[in-house]
Design a protein around this ligand. Sequence first.
Ligand code: NSP
Length: 219
Amino acid sequence: MKQSTLFIDKAISAANSYWKAYSKVPFLVAMEKGTLSQDAFRDYIVQDSLYLRAYLKCFGYAVAKSRTLREMQLFYEALGYVSDGENKTRLAYLEEFGLSDADIDEMTLKPVGKAYAEFLLTTAKQGTVEDIVMVTMPCLMGYYDVFTTLVERSPHLAHGYYAPMVADYTSSRYAAYIESWRQEVERLCAGLDNERQAALIDLFVEASRHELAFWKMLL
Ligand SMILES: Cc1ncc(CN)c(N)n1
């Protein structure tokens, strides 16, 4: 097969050791086997809802730092996508646990999630639009990779208790969204000089490391 020359694929390849490990973490294997406790899943939904608040803010910073209306629309759309999609799915689970978004606002991230959130927010505050894009992509694209891998391995996950969450990341709409971001990354980063590209790949790898740490924190 011909190797991709897309910048995003170079970044994913640099973070390969982390990406390969995502779908093997105990939390996801337990989800797959049907042995995940309700407490562990509840903890994930709470921690992830908190994490997503920080993630959403990154796109807020990106809107403010945009150089064109098109960029603004792109990040505004991303903000809406996370808020109206994943966040809504989490809220439905939270309500089942007797929790609301207001309850989550009063809670705090555990150290591993906090470190990830701080890394994202520091980059978003200090960095450029390209920095923000590369630091947010492991989250956006990593879940597509994880959940399509899991559903291929265990098709039953597309039905049952976890189905709403799994569907968020395996739908054809999400696949198209990922593809559109792959092209955006190319438009934004492909023309940059080698030093800048290397720095962006470092950010992507570091965010991927945090992604894996977040999964491992859960079980
Ligand atoms: C920690 C984490 N990483 C990624 C995603 C998917 N956007 C998420 N909801 N949470």
